[in-house]
Design a protein around this ligand. Structure first.
Ligand SMILES: NC(=O)c1ccc[n+]([C@@H]2O[C@H](COP(=O)([O-])OP(=O)(O)OC[C@H]3O[C@@H](n4cnc5c(N)ncnc54)[C@H](O)[C@@H]3O)[C@@H](O)[C@H]2O)c1
Ligand SMILES: N[C@@H](CCO)C(=O)O
Ligand code: NA
Length: 444
């Protein structure tokens, strides 16, 4: 791009899966990015731990430095792709305070100290963008913050972790073992540096906090999110779900209850195979947004991986560079609804799948159904793998008992938890093998 103006300078922190792709584009596609910004840009340096380390793209040696602070202190826009809380937080704060724009994909940090960083950015009047933090390449945060800012969002529900979706999908479609699927997800660059954050649901919980914060205009953190990962999901859970026409997905759900607050939750969930989210395969992500006037919206795309994620980072970079060039940008992650509080999971309503091992004798089904009724949990379907006698009772030759699978209508989490506790105390119930939540549609 022909221009005599001094180029806007970019400082990149971290050159892992995402950072190395961002560096590649900034070097190889410098003209394109400059034209999008409307001013020349230049990658001024890349802060790494080890200048000799192999990378997905070989960054020119003269750009590499191990002094991240010095780099932050000399550029117009800082792109943080280190991950983790420190030194990422201190470097971002340092950049904002000296008036540099910041782009990051660090959901762990945003879900912990996002409000504080947003306040610093607002005070310094510089942009802080983080589209890559949720749904990787999918434009989801900007639509929520900008396109839907004239509407009221009531629920956000999505598959927001590529690693766990990849693992569950492999287990479901190829019968792969959990560990093998996880190693493949790591090899493909989907997993966090410590994949515990993925499989225990913490990564999805951080994203749920960010979606809740932006969707409901209230400052939620990861501590407000009820979180269950996929480590307890067994192959037999997946097989039993499949036999009943369901697939198991790790969902992040943020739902507002008017006048009360919001429930934020992450847990393995049964979805009917006909549900649009059930068809989200591999490391793909999808986010459903329900707004009062817009109705149901769905955003779908690649939620993880260095190259797809770099697209979101570069979009934010163009936006931040434009703002820095023209000075001043609206602060994000600003919380204006002070009545919005995080509610406990017991306030959530959903449907449940309960898998029981029971004694094989007359009256068992009636006794179990009574427990649900006593807690005002309505049963939608009851299934007994194996044969059933004419009177509807379990009819099996094994004296090891029988299996009963129940799907409920919408119920409060508390009512279901009480039901399960009572079932466990029943002499006829040998084991409550699984309790999983089911999402069918908004109205059910
Ligand atoms: N990989 C993805 O699919 C993806 C998608 C969305 C968001 N993110 C987020 O983007 C960020 C980067 O992810 P990634 O997958 O590229 O991670 P990564 O582990 O591949 O890369 C991080 C890099 O930062 C380096 N690093 C860490 N601390 C450093 C320090 N103090 N100084 C210099 N270098 C340091 C590491 O050596 C590593 O090379 C994370 O916040 C992650 O959560 C990743
Ligand atoms: N580890 C994350 C990266 C994208 O945020 C995932 O698997 O989705
Ligand atoms: Na995104």
């Amino acid at each position: 791009m022909a221009s005599t103006a001094a180029p806007l300078t970019i400082g990149l922190l971290g050159a892992g899966s995402v950072g190395s792709q961002v560096a590649r584009t900034l070097v190889e596609e410098r003209e394109l990015i400059s034209s999008r910004v409307g001013a020349p840009v230049r990658l001024a340096g890349v802060a790494v731990r080890d200048v000799e380390a192999p990378r997905d793209w070989r960054i020119p040696g003269e750009l590499l430095t191990t002094d991240a602070e010095a780099l932050v202190d000399q550029v117009d826009v800082v792109v943080e792709l280190l991950g983790g809380l420190e030194p990422a937080a201190s470097l971002i704060e340092r950049a904002l305070r000296r008036g540099a724009g910041v782009v990051t994909g660090n959901k762990a940090l945003l879900a912990t100290r996002g409000a504080e960083l947003a306040a610093i950015a607002a005070e310094a009047d510089v942009p802080l963008h983080y589209e890559a933090a949720v749904g990787g390449a999918i434009p989801i945060l900007r639509p929520i913050q900008e396109s839907l800012s004239g509407d009221r969002i009531t629920k956000v529900m999505g598959i927001v972790n590529g690693t766990t979706n990849y693992i569950l999908d492999q287990m479901d479609t190829t019968g792969a073992a959990f560990d093998d699927a996880l190693h493949e997800a790591q090899r493909l660059g989907y997993a966090e540096a410590d994949p515990t954050a993925d499989v225990e649901g913490h990564d999805a919980a951080a994203k749920a906090a960010i979606l809740g914060t932006l969707g409901f205009h209230a400052p939620f953190t990861i501590d407000d999110v009820h979180c269950e990962g996929i480590t307890q999901v067994t192959s037999s859970d997946i097989e039993a779900a499949a036999a009943s026409g369901y697939v198991i997905k790790l969902l992040a759900i943020a739902e507002r209850f008017d006048g009360e607050g919001a429930v934020l939750r992450v847990h393995p969930t049964l979805l009917p195979r006909t549900h649009p989210l059930a068809s989200v395969r591999g490391a793909f992500n999808a986010v459903f947004v329900v707004a009062e006037n817009a109705g149901e919206l769905m955003f779908y795309g690649q939620g993880a991986g260095g190259l797809p994620t770099s697209s979101a980072v570069l979009g934010d970079l163009v936006s931040a560079a434009r703002s820095v060039r023209t000075a001043g940008a609206p602060a994000e992650l600003s919380a204006t609804d002070t009545t919005m509080t995080a509610l406990p999971i017991t306030k959530a309503t959903t449907r449940y799948y309960v898998d029981l091992e029971v004694a094989d004798r007359e009256g068992v089904i009636a006794e179990i159904a009574r427990v649900f009724a006593d807690h005002h949990v309505s049963i939608e379907a009851m299934r007994q793998p194996g044969s059933v006698s004419a009177d509807g009772e379990v009819d099996t030759d094994q004296d090891s008992g029988a299996i009963v699978q129940i799907v409920t209508h919408q119920a409060r989490e508390k009512a279901l938890a009480d039901t399960v506790e009572t079932l466990k105390e029943k002499e006829v119930v040998r084991a409550v093998s699984s309790v999983l939540r089911v999402e069918i549609d908004q109205q059910s």
